[in-house]
Design a binder for this molecule. Structure first.
Ligand SMILES: Cc1cc2nc3c(=O)[nH]c(=O)nc-3n(C[C@H](O)[C@H](O)[C@H](O)COP(=O)(O)OP(=O)(O)OC[C@H]3O[C@@H](n4cnc5c(N)ncnc54)[C@H](O)[C@@H]3O)c2cc1C
Length: 447
């Protein structure tokens, strides 16, 4: 291979390029990104950047290795012709590749009806979004409204309280993160937000928007009127795949990949990071996307290795997903895929209630995830055990390597049904019991 092109200039791209050089690839690496910046620390946008603990310049990270790449920032790829091995760039430019990595991430979802052209209404995905939010916050001390009950919105609301701002979270679901962590833990973290002064308007729809000099007015389905100086739309994300329309690749909630990160139907193309939907054989054969920072690193590196190895020698990418969040100084850590759990097992809560706990998520008698609040040490121990317990399934045939085109199943979207059907659990167990479950050699209904 003489030239490898990576489309998308985020963390995935940077770590993939490093891995290519570590693997002694000495051809050309071209990284095409539509933002004006080289990769930066996106998680800080809703946390340290907004509170002022870090400035924009602190978010850029150096490469761990000299990647000697050609950076094409401010350049949006607008078409892929994989038969001709060409990425189309603005101005009619055709960029040829011998190997291609798709790492275009996700973009913020729009909310129909929201006055998103009003300068006080923002999405929160990019550094430019975060800078614009900070400017709006500086112009008025009025109430901040966050629409959406996911991680980004909740982290941002927590940052607002740290700055002593009045903040309301508006959401359709009755609890926070209902889809990702289940209703019980979502309710507990909701209480944490309330205790820290966040106003939660949950289980409601937005009926009406109006803008005026005094703020952005929002009328809710329960007739409540809220006036905001700043509105942040945090209603989820969509994979950035519009540029791949017509390419022949399978685009269903992301780019469909084989277990090795190779894109289905194209042997010289891999995908990685938030945009990739692949079956993690550690869990099952269902393709899913994972929107976590650590996954961007690990998948970028694995996809780079597999691109160089070629499809026949490539290895399945079977990580144990892990993520963290920080809200009101509570560290939330997760391992596995809690969203596919059908039952939860609670550890006894400590005297300070929900601020210190661990929840286990079980599917078909088998642990599939754990979520800890302010329990970093125990989480290290249990994550190690979960890692042992969930050994990857080894594919034996070519058929097993190619993912089924199942309906989209993604923690960020359809797992809502899985969780709402979750067996109610009020069992309080001890950490040793969860630990025992994780180490048990065979479990009923398990593999
Ligand atoms: C506010 C915020 C807070 C977060 N906090 C956490 C956290 O606490 N913990 C955690 O685990 N994860 C967190 N995440 C998620 C984490 O940041 C992502 O999983 C990670 O950044 C994904 O990296 P990526 O390289 O796959 O995609 P991205 O970082 O989205 O990079 C993709 C790049 O490709 C560009 N692009 C898109 N289309 C094109 C095109 N056609 N041509 C050229 N370029 C294109 C995009 O503009 C973008 O720059 C957070 C995300 C956000 C937005």
């Amino acid at each position: 291979m003489e030239r490898i092109v990576i489309v998308g200039a985020g963390l995935t791209a940077l770590r993939a390029a490093e891995r290519l050089r570590e693997q002694k690839f000495d051809g050309e690496i071209v990284i095409v990104g539509d933002e004006p910046y080289k990769p930066y620390h996106r998680p800080a946008l809703s946390k340290q950047l907004v509170t002022g603990k870090l400035a924009s310049k602190d978010l850029f990270f150096p490469a761990y290795h000299d990647i000697d790449a050609i950076w094409r920032t401010r350049t949006r790829a607008h078409k892929l012709d994989h038969g001709r091995h060409v990425v189309h760039l603005p101005g009619g430019e055709e960029l040829k590749y011998d190997g291609l990595m798709i790492a275009t991430g996700v973009e913020a979802r729009h909310l129909a009806g929201a006055p998103r052209h009003d300068p006080r209404v923002h999405a929160l995905r990019t550094l430019d979004d975060a800078i614009a939010i900070k400017e709006t916050l500086a112009r008025s001390k009025g109430r901040v409204v966050v629409i959406g009950t996911g991680f980004t919105g909740c982290e941002f609301a927590s940052s607002c309280r740290e700055m002593n701002r009045d903040v309301t979270i508006i959401g359709r679901s009755k609890t926070l993160f209902g889809k990702a962590l289940g209703p019980e833990l979502g309710a507990a973290i909701g209480d944490l937000h309330r205790r820290h002064g966040v106003d939660l308007a949950l289980g409601v729809d937005i009926r009406h928007w109006a803008t005026g000099p005094e703020g952005v007015a929002i009328v809710l389905s329960n007739e409540r009127l809220i006036t905001a100086a700043c509105v942040v739309l945090a209603v989820g994300s969509m994979p950035s795949t519009d540029w791949l329309a017509g390419s022949g690749l399978v685009l269903e909630d992301g780019v469909l990949c084989e277990p090795t990160c190779h894109v289905v139907g194209a042997s010289d193309v891999v995908a990685a990071g938030d945009v990739a939907r692949w079956p993690n054989l550690r869990f099952d054969g269902v393709p899913r996307r994972v929107e976590h920072w650590l996954n961007a690193i690990e998948m970028g590196r694995a996809a780079a290795e597999n691109l160089l190895a070629g499809k026949s020698r490539a290895k399945p990418f079977t990580p144990l997903p892990r993520f963290w969040s920080e809200q009101h100084h509570v560290r939330i850590q997760a391992a596995g895929i809690p969203a596919i759990g059908q039952q939860t097992m609670y550890l006894s809560t400590r005297p300070n209630g929900a601020e210190r706990s661990i929840t286990g998520y079980i599917r078909a008698g088998k642990p599939v995830g754990i979520v800890g609040l302010n329990q970093p040490r125990t989480m290290i121990h249990l994550t190690r055990q979960l890692d042992q317990k969930l050994r990857p399934m080894v594919p034996t045939t070519e058929r097993a390597r190619t993912p089924r085109r199942t309906p989209v199943e993604n923690p960020a979207s359809s797992t809502a049904e899985t969780l709402s059907e979750r067996t109610p659990s009020n069992a309080k167990i001890d950490v040793n019991e969860l630990s025992a479950r994780l180490t048990a050699p065979a479990m009923r209904n398990g593999r």
